[in-house]
Design a protein around this ligand. Structure first.
Ligand code: PLP
Length: 451
C-alpha cells in the first residue's frame, strides 16, 4: 500500500485526532514533538507516512516525556532500608505534614509566640535533645553533610585521628578519608585494620590534633582477632588532652532495638552518655524518617557548627523538617512505635506473617506464569543502610525459576508499580517482608499487566 507523503506541521495540527494530544500534553510540547518527528523522518528520507502513524509516534514520545521518572516500587529485594530504593518508608502523617508544609506558607523561621524571626532548627532541636539527652542539636541535609560540617567546623586545618578499622566507604562517594579532606581536616590514621588500642590514639595526639573521631563500622563487620576502643575510653583520652570526641554513628537508632528482638545498634543516647561530645546519624536509616543528618552534642560545639556558613548550604527544607518533626514525636511513645513507624514495623515483622504473605503471593504469581516453577522459600532479609551488615532477619520469599530470569526481572520492572526482586541461585527471589498485607491487593491487581 502506498502511504501518503509527509504532511506539514500545520496540517497535522488541524487533524481532529491531534486534539487528544493537545488536551493531554499541551500545545507547546505537542507542537515541538510533532516538529521533531517530522524533521526526523525528513532526515531519514522517510517521506511517506499516514498522519496517524506520525501522531502515534508523537504520542509515544510525549507519553514517555510526561511519565514520572521516580516511581513508587515494591521493594522485594530483602533489604529493608535500601539506599537505591529510597531507604526508609515514612509514616503517612509525616508524609502528609511534609506535603502540607510544601503547599503553604509556614512558621519555618518565624516565632509564633513573639512574632519575630525564629530558627528553623527550633522545630526539632528540643525533641532531639529530649530523646537523646543532648544539650543541643541541629540538622542538615544528610549524615554525610553532618560529618563534613562537624569536621569543617571543629577541625579545619587540623588533625583528626581515626582508627584504620573505621576508614569506611559506604558506597557512592562517601569515604571517610575523602570527606575528611574535603572538609579541610587532616586524617591521622591510627592502629591497624583489625586492631586499634587506646595507646594508638594517645600516641597520635599532638599540638595539631583538633579532635578524636570514631566511625561506626557500617556495611561490614570485622571479626576474629580484633580490638577497638569503646566510646567511653576514647572520650576519656580525648578529654584528658582537652580535645573533643566526634562519633559518627551512621544508622543510629534512637531507641535500643533489642527491645524488639533486633540486634543492638548503638544509640546517640549511649554515645553521649559514654562521653562523645558530638554525635552524627542519619534521618532515613533506622530512625525511619526523611533524609537528614542529625547532629547532637554539647552546646558550645553545636553553636559553633550552627555559626559555620556551610550550615546554610547544607540546611533542611521545610518539607523534610515537617516530616522529621512528626517522626521524632513518635519516639515519645515507644510502646506504639512499631505500629506507627513503617521502617520498624517492617524490621520487626514476624516470620509467620511473612510466610502467609508469600503463600498468597505465590498463588497469584503461579497464575501469572503457569509454566514457571514457583515456591515459597525461607530466606533472610537485611536491615540495610549499613546497620548490622549481616543477613539476620528470618523471612520468606516467593522463588520463581524457569530460566530467562533477566527478562522476568525486566517484566517485573516494567509494571506500573515496578517490582524489584533479586536473582540468586538461578531463581528470582521476591522477599515478602516489605509487602505488607495492606498492599497485597495492589501487588496482585497489576500482575495481569505483565507483558
Ligand atoms: C550511612 C552512613 C553515612 C552517610 O549517611 P547519609 O545519611 O547517607 O549521608 C555516614 N557514616 C556512616 C557510618 C554511615 O553508616
Amino acid at each position: 500500500m502506498m502511504a501518503s507523503p509527509l504532511p506539514s506541521l500545520d496540517s497535522l495540527l488541524r487533524t481532529p485526532s491531534v486534539a487528544v494530544l493537545l488536551a493531554r500534553f499541551g500545545r507547546a510540547a505537542t507542537t515541538e514533538t510533532l516538529r521533531h518527528v517530522l524533521a526526523d523522518r525528513r532526515a531519514g528520507q522517510r517521506f511517506h507516512a499516514p498522519d496517524e502513524e506520525i501522531l502515534d509516534q508523537a504520542a509515544d514520545i510525549l507519553a514517555a516525556l510526561f511519565e514520572r521518572s521516580q516511581k513508587p516500587v515494591f521493594n522485594l529485594t530483602g533489604t529493608v532500608l535500601h539506599t537505591n530504593l529510597g531507604r526508609s518508608p515514612m509514616p503517612r502523617e509525616a508524609a502528609e505534614a511534609a506535603a502540607e508544609a510544601m503547599r503553604s506558607a509556614t512558621s519555618l523561621e518565624f516565632d509564633l509566640g513573639t512574632g519575630k524571626r525564629g530558627e528553623r532548627d527550633n522545630h526539632i532541636a528540643p525533641l532531639l535533645c529530649r530523646l537523646t539527652g543532648a544539650e543541643a542539636a541541629t540538622v542538615v541535609n544528610n549524615n554525610a553533610a553532618a560529618v563534613m560540617l562537624v569536621l569543617n567546623t571543629l577541625a579545619l586545618g587540623k588533625r583528626v585521628p581515626v582508627s584504620r578499622g573505621e576508614l569506611i566507604e559506604i558506597g557512592g562517594a562517601f569515604r571517610v578519608p575523602d570527606i575528611m579532606s574535603r572538609a579541610g581536616a587532616i586524617l591521622h590514621e591510627v592502629g591497624t585494620t583489625n586492631r586499634t588500642h587506646p595507646r594508638d590514639y594517645v600516641q597520635a595526639i599532638g599540638p595539631e590534633t583538633a579532635a578524636l573521631m570514631r566511625v561506626h563500622q557500617a556495611n561490614y563487620a570485622i571479626t576474629g582477632f580484633t580490638a577497638s576502643v569503646p566510646t567511653d575510653t576514647l572520650a576519656r583520652i580525648a578529654h584528658d588532652a582537652n580535645l573533643l570526641l566526634i562519633e559518627d554513628l551512621g544508622s543510629g537508632s534512637l531507641i535500643d532495638l533489642a527491645r524488639w528482638g533486633l540486634p543492638h545498634e548503638p544509640t546517640p543516647t549511649e554515645a553521649l552518655a559514654a562521653g562523645a561530645d558530638v554525635v552524627t546519624f542519619s534521618g532515613d536509616k533506622l530512625l525511619g524518617g526523611p533524609q537528614a543528618g542529625l547532629i547532637v552534642g554539647n552546646k558550645a560545639a553545636i553553636a559553633q557548627i550552627n555559626a559555620n556558613p556551610l550550615k546554610r548550604a547544607l540546611r533542611l527544607d521545610k518539607g523534610r523538617l515537617a516530616a522529621l518533626e512528626v517522626v521524632l514525636r513518635l519516639y515519645l511513645d515507644p510502646d506504639r512505635l512499631v505500629e506507627k513507624l513503617p521502617a520498624l514495623r517492617l524490621l520487626t515483622r514476624v516470620e509467620a506473617d511473612i510466610v502467609a504473605t508469600a503463600e498468597r503471593m505465590a498463588a497469584v504469581i503461579k497464575r501469572a506464569w503457569p509454566n514457571r516453577p514457583v515456591s515459597v522459600e525461607f530466606c533472610r532479609s537485611q536491615i540495610g543502610s549499613g546497620a548490622m551488615p549481616v543477613d539476620l532477619l528470618p523471612s520468606a520469599a516467593v522463588a520463581i525459576g524457569g530460566g530467562a530470569l533477566e527478562s522476568l526481572a525486566a517484566a517485573l520492572r516494567a509494571l506500573p508499580r515496578p517490582v524489584i526482586g533479586r536473582i540468586a541461585q538461578d531463581r528470582m527471589w521476591l522477599d515478602c517482608r516489605c509487602l505488607e498485607p495492606a498492599e497485597e491487593a495492589a501487588f496482585e491487581a497489576q500482575l495481569p499487566q505483565l507483558v
